[in-house]
Structure formats: C-alpha cells, structure tokens
Design a protein around this ligand. Sequence first.
Ligand SMILES: C[S@@+](CC[C@H](N)C(=O)[O-])C[C@H]1O[C@@H](n2cnc3c(N)ncnc32)[C@H](O)[C@@H]1O
Length: 312
Amino acid sequence: MQARGHGRLDRVGVGCAWGFKLATGDAPFPLKGAYLGWQTGNRSEAESVSRTTRISAESACHWREHHRKMQCMSKSFEELDFRTTPMGDLSLRRRRVPLLDNREVYEVVLGDAFLMSSLFHDVEVALADLCLVDREGPLDVVVGGLGLGYTAEAVLRHSAVCSLVVVEAMEAVIAWHVQGLVPLGAGLSADPRCQFVNGNFFALAAQPEVGFDPERPGAKFHAILLDIDHSPGNLLDPSHAPFYLPEGLQTLARHLHPGGIFGMWSDGPPDDDFLKALGEVFPNPEARTVKFPNPLLDCESSSTVYLANKPG
Ligand SMILES: C[S@@+](CC[C@H](N)C(=O)[O-])C[C@H]1O[C@@H](n2cnc3c(N)ncnc32)[C@H](O)[C@@H]1O
C-alpha cells in the first residue's frame, strides 16, 4: 500500500492494519466476533459466551482476562454505528491512535472499503479550494459524497457560496451529521446554505431535467465537486461506470452554468483515459497532483484532483 503512495489506498492500508491489530488482539476468534463484542455494548463478552457455552474454569479465567482487555481496548476503539445497507455493511468508528499521541480519528468503512478517515482530508479540502478559488459569487454548488464532510465544510468556507447541495446515497451518513455524531456534522447541519439530499449522485447526474436539488428541479450550478469512487477505474459500484465516459460527462455538463467547473477527487496518479474522456466535453481539463503528509507512515502521499471548466 505504501509503495503506491496515494491517499485513499494509504487510508485503506493504515485502517486495515490498525483495525485488525486493535480489533483482534490475541482474541481466539475472527475479526467480526471482536466487533460483535463492542456492538453488544452493555452486555459483556464473557457473559454472552458463558450463556451459550459450557466453559471450563480455565477458559472462564481466559475470558475474564480477555474481557478486561476488551474494556481497555474499547476505550481506544468504538464502533459508533453499524448498518447493513444495499451497498454492504456500513460502519462509523472512532479510535485513538497511540502513535500520534492518542489523536482521535473517525473512519467510515463500507464493506471491505475504507471510504474515509479524518486523519487524511487535505485533498478533500483542496478539491473545494481548487474549484472555488477566485470565483465570484453568488455561487450554487453541488458536492457528491458527504463522507465526514471535509469537502462540504471547505466549500462553505468560501463566502461567495450562497447554496450547497450535498448528494449522499447513505441515509445513515446524513444522520451521523444531523445528530452531530461526526466532528463536522453540527456545523454543516446548522449552516442555512447547506442542504443534504439523500440520493444517488450518478442517477441524478444522468437526469439534468430533474437535477440535484429537489427544491429546484432542473437547476444549474456554478460548481459540481465529486468524491465518491476511489478513482475512475476503481469504482464503489459498477453502475457508476457510464458516468466516467464522454456521454456521462456530457450529460453532467448540462447541470453546469456556462463557465461552471467540475472537480473530482481521485486516488492514484492522473488517469490518461479519463483525461481524454473529460477532454471530449470540456476544453483543456487538468489533473492536479496534491501532496499531503502521512503522519502514520511518516512520508508524503498524494492524490489527484481533476478540474474541468465548461466554456463561458
Ligand atoms: C470518500 S466519501 C466522501 C468524502 C468527503 N469528500 C469528505 O470530505 O469527507 C464517499 C461518500 O460517497 C457516498 N456515496 C457512495 N455512493 C454514492 C452515490 N452513488 N451517490 C452519492 N453518494 C454516494 C458514500 O456513502 C460516502 O459518504
């Protein structure tokens, strides 16, 4: 993972390594069993085992010791929410990282994929800043993919922005923000310019007459920022694929005002095929490599931000 040197893969590698180490410890059961221990919350792991299994004094002692360890570990690892969704199991976790002076880190995991970690958000912020810098308002903006809210928050820091629609497929992710379960949630929810829309970005992108804002069908925007898939070649779901082809991008451009901008986060280095597809719709698209410090691996990582302007 480290050798690839790109943001989201680093998140995957680091997250998996920590997740596995903290969750399993020396516990004699697989990863999922360990999570169940936390999910049951007020019921102890030892209790739940002794209710279902006849255990020897020796193993009861083992479980008491194990339970003590679990309680210690649970102070540095909590699963704040877990839901089964059509896209896979979705989990929100908060952990403390001993290597970083017990810094608190939030993570979103979907199935096997680490969607987001609060430890790495420089490029998510850069996506907003690169798209909005020097743009005069008032600006109507769309963000595809709420995650932990870093891109959305960075958009709202631009005073020229008068409205932001954040399209998020997972109801649970929106709920985490509305309930203030994630650090940026309360601020985003309280900002009158910000509206969360529970929907599939790619389905809405394919319907310019419907548009991204249910309150303003067919509305056009000054900027559309996308951070959902890992990269144009590494998708969360195969149904997203048509969006990344010239026809899909052409349809997306119909949501933009003349002079509007499309920006996209991507893991990995610039993808020539995707740049070519962008170039069939937008003149002179760019792929910017954005570097950021990786404190866990003590190195610099990078991701790509694509920028494409619709002619004015
Ligand atoms: C990588 S996270 C976004 C990170 C975000 N930029 C931030 O600053 O935290 C991707 C988000 O896209 C959402 N998502 C996945 N598929 C989607 C879809 N088809 N439409 C809208 N959102 C989707 C995921 O639930 C997740 O919240």
